[in-house]
Design a protein around this ligand. Sequence first.
Ligand code: SME
Length: 166
Amino acid sequence: MQGLAPAMAPWHMPRMRIDYAETARTIAALTRGETDTVALMATVVCELHHADDRFDWTGFYRVTGPETLKIGPYQGGHGCLVIPFSRGVCGAAARWREVQLVADVDVFPGHIACSSSTRSEVVLPVQDGAGRLLGVLDIDSDRPAAFSQVDSTGLSAILSDVFGRP
Ligand code: SME
């Protein structure tokens, strides 16, 4: 890091933390009138991924068959292509239709490590206005215990606003 003023060293860089209300407004403006699920997913992923430096992988898995999730729009490194409902954090979120807040992926039974650097994860079910399961939103972090109830509440509000439209 020769030549960088101390203030610019990575450990001095200001932490970027998402403002969920502001991000929800931006996404609502960007997606007004849009009904295509993939277009909506791609826009949500882009806005979330660039809003917080805890988010190292941000992406959707879509329900493409009985008890089957397949990768959708994502940002970050490689994502596994297919996940059955019976496996992983994503499978659990789809199976139970419940948010999975995982502080330490190493102790989550059946966690699927698409990236060896992931330490914690939050996965949320995504439903349409009729309550049909469209898939899950998965956010991974290289930091342990990166996510809290604040993230679960903020992300759930954005998902129901975008995908729960009548
Ligand atoms: N870790 C997830 C799999 C998807 S990757 O994180 C992108 C899981 O256990 O379901």
